[in-house]
Design a protein around this ligand. Structure first.
Ligand SMILES: *Cc1c(COP(=O)(O)O)cnc(C)c1O
Length: 403
């Protein structure tokens, strides 16, 4: 696709008919300021070289590409992983949090604000804030605070203020509202940092650009390792940042199939899954237009996945466009398939993946079985340490999953 990154998003933040900016006027002004700052600052030599140095010396980039020899031998095909689990803090989210916080620094902001669900975004942003010496306020539902104790402690150790949200269902949705309110009270000194390629323009574009490094590295590394490009590239899709990061690296390689994997949870009944691109309809949430899972009244539907990082009722607007264009194919993996993949990657390769990433691994195993002579590259978005207590308590250590 010629000039893809110049064309999308357009100047109003649209990817085809998705995206845009549906926010109150006061916020619209702030979004415009952030957009202008992003265009001027992020293209400067100083910003680019500082970000490059952070990625190398603080985050440990480039992360390796790894060939899964045992898994490939077992299931056929050739399965490769881009090891974002080896990125500092154990997941891809730090890629955009460091970029957003660096922009905050250049804009003269004193404080970064965000919400968090399971705490992964909160920890990544708190890490970035500590690095830059910025204040950090993380809004988190009381229910999630009780569930995600280790991440709450991590954020506090990193110097962030974790603010409990006590109204409504006391989970992510209320936390988003509370974080926006706090941001609106002091938009001069603070900046809102979004956790995926979602929200009003310019966030889906900025977060994609900051994650693009994953795809650029992976393409180069894969070529160097094998002398060719992969036949397919796959990633799990919650909001869609890790997927957009790796897909961006291959978007112009028309022969490379791109596959996004959404969570189909425990069933396809409303409230049992979070596969918004596969089963949603056009709608607006959190200031942007997307494929939205909605109830009869058109309100965002309740969503669920065994991987809490994937349970969002919408998806990044760029994914919506890429689906309509047919450039990316979107499919689903169930909780059960995700668990199987989790156990298999752990036992066959010595890599314990995050439950989110395990959805993409599940697809890769299926692909390998059906395409014995082809290669597939998985974006392994994060490590599974955060999930092991939950899994072992509920499902055991994996006996019965191996022939
Ligand atoms: C948050 C998270 C995801 C989902 O977010 P995307 O924006 O869809 O990438 C995936 N994997 C891990 C490890 C996460 O922490």
């Amino acid at each position: 696709m010629k000039n893809y990154f110049k064309k999308f998003p357009d100047e109003n933040g649209y990817f085809g008919e998705y995206g845009g900016s549906f926010v109150p006027e006061i916020l619209a002004d702030e979004m415009k300021k952030i957009n202008d700052a992003y265009y001027s600052i992020s293209k400067s030599h100083e910003f680019i070289s500082e970000l490059r140095s952070i990625r190398k010396h603080f985050q440990g980039r480039p992360t390796p590409v790894f060939y899964c020899g045992r898994l490939s031998e077992k299931y056929g095909g050739r399965i490769y992983l881009k090891r974002e689990d080896l990125n500092h803090t154990g997941a891809h989210k730090l890629n955009h949090c460091m970029g957003e916080a660096l922009l905050a620094k250049y804009m003269g902001k004193k404080k970064v604000i965000a919400e968090t669900g399971a705490g992964q975004h909160g920890v990544a942003l708190a890490t970035a804030a500590a690095y830059f010496g910025l204040e950090c306020e993380i809004y988190m539902g009381e229910v999630d605070i009780a569930k995600e104790h280790p991440n709450v402690i991590r954020m506090q150790l990193l110097g962030a203020k974790v603010i409990p949200v006590t109204h409504g269902l006391k989970t992510l949705k209320e936390a988003v509202d509370a974080a926006f309110e706090a941001y609106l009270k002091d938009p001069v000194n603070s900046i809102y940092c979004i956790g995926s390629v979602v929200g009003p323009h310019p966030f889906p574009m900025m977060v994609r650009d900051f994650q693009h490094v994953v795809g650029i590295e992976a393409r180069e590394q894969f070529l160097e390792m094998t002398g060719e490009l992969p036949d397919a590239v796959t990633a799990c899709v919650g909001g869609g940042s890790n997927a957009m990061g790796i897909f961006a690296g291959f978007i112009n390689d028309e022969d490379v199939s791109l596959i996004g994997v959404e969570p189909s949870g425990r069933s396809l009944k409303m409230g049992d899954h979070a596969a918004s691109l596969s089963y949603g309809k056009s709608g607006i949430i959190h200031g942007f237009k997307t494929y939205l899972l909605q109830n009869e009244k058109g309100e965002p539907a309740p969503v669920y996945s065994i991987a809490s990082g994937l349970d969002y009722p919408g998806s990044g607007p760029e994914h919506c466009m890429l689906k309509d264009m047919g450039r990316v194919h979107y499919t689903v993996a169930t909780d059960k398939e995700c668990l199987e993949a989790f156990y298999k990657l752990s036992r066959y390769e010595g890599i314990i993946p995050a439950l989110e990433s395990s959805h993409a691994v599940a697809y890769a195993i299926k692909y390998a079985l059906e395409n014995k002579h082809k290669s597939i590259l998985v974006n392994l978005s994060g490590r599974g340490d955060k999930d092991i207590d939950f899994i072992v308590e509920n499902y055991g250590t994996g006996e019965g999953y191996f022939d």
